[in-house]
Design a protein around this ligand. Sequence first.
Ligand SMILES: [Zn+2]
Length: 146
Amino acid sequence: MKKHVADLLAKTFPAKYTEMVISKHNVAFGVCPHHLLPVIYRISMAYIPTEKVLGLSKLSRLARLIARGPRLQEDLTHELADILHEQLLSQGSAVYIEGLHMCMAARGVGAHEARLVTSGVRGVFLELATREEFIKLVVAPQTTVL
Ligand SMILES: [Zn+2]
């Protein structure tokens, strides 16, 4: 798995601009490590490049790769934020994840309560204004079910 991630990150482009790059609502599948039941994630990620950028489809693949297998949603959130900050040498990164946990849904909890929200920020996203801009963008209402 580590090798796939390294391969993905090896293919970057020189950054032409240093605005926020954002990839919203990527669907990925994982497994809850406590109950070994599926989790459906909706992952939004952002970073502000310095010298290199990752293609948008690669961002989505990165999220799916990291999400795969038994892993806490909190760990997934932090791992993605770290990669987008440290390995891409970005000015900062932000990750916002909504997880629909089947272990919670199966106990008859309503769909809203069965959803866990986690977020993580690094670098310049620690500044409140940047963080708020990101959150506002990713929680904007949309029409799909997930
Ligand atoms: Zn669980």
